[in-house]
Design a protein around this ligand. Structure first.
Ligand SMILES: [Zn+2]
Length: 146
């Protein structure tokens, strides 16, 4: 690279790296969350779960997400923004499944298990709660086999 080239390209490369970093740190907005949820519903729930809104909230207590089936709204804890993508996807699939089955019964878990990383994500979230000395949210983890 000539010096003249460097003067042109180095700032461009720096810009590109900074923008990529920005993207990594910026959590998806509501439209992106809705589109992401739709893709997960199509892939794992036969497209049957159709939320009207999916948004971040920071008042979820110990919960990772919540769903109001009557209003078709899903809320996700902002704590998830620091977690791996596959963990967030599990929580989205979990809340989407509540649009089909409000309780945590066998039919509910049968839907959620379509997401292949369910057990791993539950382990991650239980470990996170233990590390932060927070009680895990009741009923939100699949019961152990009897
Ligand atoms: Zn639940």
């Amino acid at each position: 690279m000539s010096e003249a080239d460097e003067r042109v390209w180095v700032p461009k490369m720096v810009q590109r790296v900074l923008r990529a970093e920005q993207r990594r740190r910026t959590p998806p907005g509501e439209e992106d969350l809705l589109a992401w949820s739709q893709r997960l519903s199509d892939r794992y729930l036969g497209g049957l779960a159709q939320p009207d809104s999916v948004r971040w909230v920071d008042n979820q207590g110990s919960r990772w997400g919540s769903c109001t089936p009557g209003e078709k709204t899903i809320r996700l804890s902002t704590r998830l923004q620091q977690m791996p993508r596959w963990v967030v996807e599990y929580v989205i699939v979990h809340e989407l499944a509540h649009l089909l089955e409000p309780g945590h019964d066998a039919r509910f878990w049968a839907w959620v298990r379509h997401y292949p990383l369910t057990a791993k994500a539950q382990g991650y979230l239980l470990g996170w709660s233990a590390a932060h000395e927070i009680e895990p949210p009741p009923g939100e983890t699949e019961p152990e086999p009897e």
